[in-house]
Design a protein around this ligand. Sequence first.
Ligand SMILES: Nc1ncnc2c1ncn2[C@@H]1O[C@H](COP(=O)(O)OP(=O)(O)OP(=O)(O)O)[C@@H](O)[C@H]1O
Ligand SMILES: [Mg+2]
Length: 238
Amino acid sequence: MTVLELDDIDTYYGNSHVLHGVSLELAEGEVVALLGRNGAGKTTTMRSIMGVTPPRRGSIVYRGENIVGKSPDKLNERGINLVPEDRRVFPTLSVQENLVLAHKLAADPKPIEEMYELFPILDELRTSDAQNLSGGEQQMLAVARALVQRPSLLLLDEPTEGLAPVIVDDLQEMLQAVVDEDVTVLLSEQNVNFAFELATRGYVIDTGSIVFEGSVEEIQSREDLLEKYLAVSPEEVA
Ligand SMILES: Nc1ncnc2c1ncn2[C@@H]1O[C@H](COP(=O)(O)OP(=O)(O)OP(=O)(O)O)[C@@H](O)[C@H]1O
Ligand SMILES: [Mg+2]
């Protein structure tokens, strides 16, 4: 079953035309990567889906319903959860309070204790203020806040941005456990190896257009794509 289908969307910031006919599709339970360099349009795609910057043209169908024009709150209620690239957590609230708040806002939340099982690091930091967490820990908290709401579609916008390599490995391990459950994920990344580990399929975006769509194996084997659009040499791909 198709969970999400973007059909030929155009998105603008004011007069600035950023997305040009973006189409993509996610089936139930799939983890799909959206790969591209700085400024390629990854965040704008996420924001278009979430209703933050709705497209001016094209359709976005979520579980059979066109959601263009619906507010982010409404879409959140319908089960779409965005973890933005600036990983919004409440800085002066503790880890536990951050999770409790997200939990309260959800209609059918998961037990908070499940989040601590998934992210043992957070368990040790329950009483710490979110502002005192490292970047990686904040990212885990941001993901846990989304997951506790039992999303049916999870949008992860560049979760590894700014994280040290060793933390990226931890995050990958924890997200693996998440994606093994039945959640559908759109994962935007510049860190292609991270995305290749978690996703089975991917789209490459450049200057607001999808330039390639295929399996992770296909993308990994396309040296031209890696070099031209993802700024990595084939040797760097694990
Ligand atoms: N609020 C905004 N107003 C005007 N232009 C914007 C705005 N946000 C982004 N843009 C432009 O839209 C284009 C796509 O940006 P976007 O943030 O979607 O890229 P991205 O792929 O997420 O990049 P990054 O990897 O750096 O996060 C860029 O040219 C960017 O300068
Ligand atoms: Mg971005």
